[in-house]
Design a protein around this ligand. Structure first.
Ligand SMILES: Nc1ncnc2c1ncn2[C@@H]1O[C@H](COP(=O)(O)OP(=O)(O)OP(=O)(O)O)[C@@H](O)[C@H]1O
Ligand SMILES: [Mg+2]
Length: 347
């Protein structure tokens, strides 16, 4: 376990961490959320001794972190850190040299370690490429490979999905899951709701240098406040639900989801393809919270379940009348426009 005890830190007279008691359990993926400037990077940099507390302590596996050279070296071998900006991390000219640099520093020269690390991030074939000529996403992966090559028990990643495209995001999820299966402990800061919910075991929200939430799931009433990217610029956050007995409405959803065999059959009959086939209700709600319009086709019997669940979230819910297929605007009964404030006041 890594923990901080009453951790305070300031950059000159700007106090950034104000008594933080952070905890990340071994074998888990802990997600750190918070607005730009909340202090996430500053907190993370304390966890492997890149920053020294102004006041308070950092503990790793039951031992208090000490700041002499030898202790710091041991700490950094155990706790790897992937910087928010890969340019802060990449130091060697070529990809191979960069990934080999860390282990070499520890006195390990083993080509297999470098090969394995490059494979883990999908950069086989990049060995001789110049780091300077790589795209942002590729640089990010080199930086991660460099950390993996040191075989740390704990891996800290500061916004690993920033600047990644859809494919990159998916492989990042796969990489995190693989590392977790291998027994690594991960501590990850992100603004990405999809990513966070996909991989997180524990969620910690930081606001103005203090922990304001800690739990097994994201507190949606706090999420926007904590800088989670939710439908910005007035996007719609709309979930449209129809039973499989209704005609498909004229709509241009960002995602189509199905729940149940009847619904699947219905979509097939209409020659449509679903984007979301499993964990459909949860995923539909998440996509809607993130600002998308989602069409969810479910069986007639599931309508009530869907309605009840969706009502708990800050999204606009529209349910199609099962009899005549008319798309009804939500009224109070079917959720209506649940705003952040109305959601919070329901709590
Ligand atoms: N090296 C520095 N010198 C002075 N102030 C700094 C330095 N690094 C960060 N700060 C300030 O400390 C505060 C917290 O910054 P930090 O980078 O920890 O936030 P963050 O939560 O990681 O934000 P982001 O989401 O933008 O990455 C900010 O007000 C920032 O301007
Ligand atoms: Mg940061």
């Amino acid at each position: 376990m890594i923990e901080t005890r009453d951790l305070w830190f300031a950059y000159s007279n700007n106090t950034v961490l104000k008594g933080v008691n952070f905890r990340a359990q071994k074998g888990e993926v802990t997600i750190l959320l918070g607005k730009n400037g909340a202090g996430k990077s500053t907190l993370l940099m304390h966890l492997n001794g890149l920053l020294k507390p102004l006041k308070g302590e950092v503990w790793v596996d039951g031992a208090k972190v000490r700041y002499d050279k030898q202790s710091l070296m041991e700490l950094r071998r155990k706790v790897g850190f992937v910087f928010q900006n890969p340019d802060d991390q990449i130091i060697a000219p070529t990809v191979w040299q960069d990934v080999a640099f860390g282990p070499k520093n520890l006195g390990i020269e083993d080509d297999r370690i470098v090969e394995e690390a490059l494979k883990a991030v999908g950069l086989e074939g990049y060995e001789n490429r110049l780091c300077n000529g790589l795209s942002g996403g590729e640089k990010k992966r080199v930086a991660i490979a460099g950390v993996l090559a040191m075989k740390p028990e704990y891996i800290i990643m500061d916004e690993p999905t920033a600047g990644l495209d859809g494919v990159g995001l998916k492989s990042m999820v796969e990489l995190v899951e693989k590392l977790r299966r291998e027994g690594k402990t991960l501590i990850i800061s992100t603004h990405d709701l999809d990513f966070a919910t996909e991989i997180g075991d524990k969620f910690v929200m930081l606001s103005d240098g203090r922990i304001v939430y800690e739990g097994d799931s994201i507190d949606y009433s706090l999420a926007e406040e904590c800088g989670i990217r939710l439908g910005i610029f007035g996007r719609r956050r709309e979930l449209v639900v129809i039973p499989h007995t209704s005609p498909i409405p004229e709509l241009h959803p960002d995602f189509v989801a199905v729940m149940g065999r009847n619904a699947r059959q219905k979509l097939e009959d209409e020659g449509l393809e679903a984007d979301i086939l499993t964990a459909s209700l949860e995923r539909s709600i998440l996509r809607a919270i993130s600002g998308n319009t989602v069409l969810l086709v479910c069986s007639q019997e599931m309508l009530d379940v869907v309605r009840r669940e969706a009502l708990n979230f800050p999204i606009k819910l529209r349910i199609v009348d099962g009899v005549d297929g008319v798309l009804k605007e939500g009224d109070d009964k079917v959720g209506g426009e649940a705003t952040w404030s109305s959601y919070s006041s329901q709590q």
